[in-house]
Design a protein around this ligand. Structure first.
Ligand code: PGA
Length: 251
């Protein structure tokens, strides 16, 4: 049985004071709940929040890392640097990085390679834009994203990875995928993993749903057989709503 994960992706929101307040409110309420909880703050406060946090439930991740090992890349943060402060996870291939910062499948693959080399678990994000969904091309689109990045990692690394299916048309729009749409794509992604690696790997890999997942729809999305939790953007900014979503992940 796969454990559910509820992950907060704060994006470029909250300052250190707001973040500390959030952590103080959320941590006592989620500590004893049986799912996994990840938090992706911005780089600037990642180390401080990790130092501040006294519990054991919340695992910390970065929203991005460089595709390069080290060097003259002003403004970038390497996986090695993240590992050196004890970061456990990193988002790779988030649609906002692809859209606003031109990240290709090849770059996403190199970022994940950096992460796994430094024992950081990538949370690999994939998902189709609206124009593709309108033409019913979502399967081919996501398959290509997987083939050009995730499937090029060393097979031994795959079983450690977390996938987030995030249809681009649902991110930050208030329009979530229906449970049927999410289930269909999650089952499809799992079938591709089974074909390429093994049924065991496919059965074990956790696949999160992201895209306007919130307290009013989390329960029905998380009830889908192949949905193993959520990557929560906007709704994670409110401590109360986030705690509610974590509660909704209890089966
Ligand atoms: P959203 O973002 O919940 O605000 O739609 C999700 C994400 O981008 O991970």
């Amino acid at each position: 049985m796969r454990t559910k994960i509820v992950a907060a992706n704060w994006k470029m929101n909250l300052d250190i004071n707001e973040a500390a307040e959030w952590l103080g409110a959320v941590s006592p309420q989620v500590e004893s709940l049986p799912c996994e909880v990840f938090l992706f703050p911005s780089f600037v406060m990642l180390g401080d929040l990790m130092d501040m946090y006294e519990g054991e439930k919340i695992l910390f991740g970065a929203q991005n890392c460089s595709d390069k090992e080290a060097g003259a890349y002003t403004g970038e943060v390497s996986a090695k640097q993240l590992a050196s402060i004890g970061v456990d996870f990193v988002l790779a291939g988030h649609s906002e990085r692809r859209q606003f910062f031109g990240e290709t499948n090849a770059v996403v693959k190199d970022k994940m390679l950096q992460a796994v080399q430094h024992e950081i678990t990538p949370v690999f994000c994939c998902g189709e834009p609206l124009t593709v969904r309108e033409k019913n091309g979502q399967r081919e689109f996501v398959k290509q994203q997987l083939e050009e990045s995730l499937f090029l990692l060393p097979p031994a690394a795959i079983s450690e990875i977390v996938i987030a299916y995030e249809p681009v048309w649902a991110i930050g729009t208030g329009l979530n995928a229906t449970p049927e749409q999410a289930q269909e794509m999650h089952a499809y992604i799992r079938s591709l993993i089974a074909e390429r690696f093994s049924k065991k790997t496919a059965d074990e890999i956790q696949i999160l749903y992201g895209g306007s997942c919130k307290a009013t729809n989390a329960r029905e999305l998380f009830a889908c057989a192949d949905v193993d939790g959520g990557l929560i953007g906007g709704a994670s900014l409110s401590a109360d709503e986030f705690v509610q979503i974590v509660r909704d992940a209890q089966q």
